[in-house]
Ligand binder design. Structure first.
Ligand code: NDP
Length: 238
């Protein structure tokens, strides 16, 4: 049977203990990959290797990458998924929230891919998938910090795509719309109704709908895709 060629490939996923990340870990594992993941609070249920670490620390992420390679073998891919929200209208916002969101959602991705990319370049193959958001494309009331970080990821990824291309190392972005996870659970019902009215498919997305795209972009089957921003948002932004 035809399948994505992920058998035995080593992949690292950040925020792999819950939500979208946990679904990515479970699916990659089902498809035969050896999956390591980073969690912050408590481990999840799937994956070959769970490592507690904080993506805001470059030192910790460097140690994570070394440990993954020691225990599972050379990395083929990384899915930078960990992210947070700290919402408020900009005029009421606190600089600490701005710092924390940028530190986690943007610098955290730098810290995740910085120790990985030189290794992929040297080996002449590999792929990196960054989880951004439709909010980075459209903005969103109450999410100035989050929108800034996610928009930053898009430019960051396109640059890595250009720098990695000559080494056959691909970088792509997934920009999910509103997906049913803890992150959405924090949004008030009234706001959720408003959001739904802007989604042509008329529903929120499911974590597995992001996971399938991530698995494809990770895999060699996506060998001619780099620098792409894949929208998975039910048609909210085209
Ligand atoms: P969840 O809140 O369910 O999961 C977030 C994950 O990130 C958790 O595993 C969390 O670990 C981890 N994490 C957060 N901060 C850190 C940190 N400093 N170090 C290590 N891990 C950390 O959210 P989702 O699954 O919904 O979000 C996953 C990604 O998808 C995020 O980047 C988010 O911005 C993006 N996204 C989500 C959308 C949605 O509607 N749900 C829409 C668009 C994009 P722990 O819980 O242990 O702290």
């Amino acid at each position: 049977m035809a399948s994505l060629e992920l058998e035995g490939k080593v992949v690292l996923v950040t925020g792999g203990n819950k939500g979208i990340g946990a679904e990515v870990v479970a699916l990659l594992e089902d498809l035969g990959a050896k999956v390591a993941y980073v969690y912050r609070s408590e481990p999840g249920e799937h994956g070959s290797l769970a490592i507690q670490a904080d993506v805001t620390s470059l030192d910790e992420m460097t140690r994570v990458v070394d440990r993954v390679e020691d225990e599972l073998g050379p990395l083929y891919s990384v899915v930078a998924n960990a992210g947070i929200t700290r919402d408020s209208l900009f005029v009421k916002s606190e600089v600490d929230d701005w710092d924390e969101v940028l530190r986690t959602n943007l610098t955290g991705v730098y810290n995740t891919v910085r120790p990985v990319m030189p290794k992929l370049n040297e080996r002449g193959e590999g792929s990196m998938v960054l989880i951004s958001s439709v909010v980075g494309q459209q903005g969103n009331m109450g999410q100035a910090n989050y929108a800034a970080a996610k928009a930053g990821l898009n430019g960051f990824a396109k640059t890595l795509a250009q720098e990695g291309a000559r080494f056959n190392v691909r970088t792509n972005v997934i920009a999910p719309g509103f997906i049913e996870t803890n992150m959405l659970a924090h949004v008030p019902d009234k706001v959720k109704e408003k959001i739904l009215s802007t989604v042509p498919l008329g529903r929120f997305g499911k974590p597995e709908e992001i996971a399938w795209a991530a698995a494809y972009l990770v895999s060699p089957q996506a060998s001619f895709i780099t620098g792409a921003v894949l929208n998975i948002n039910g048609g909210r932004y085209m």
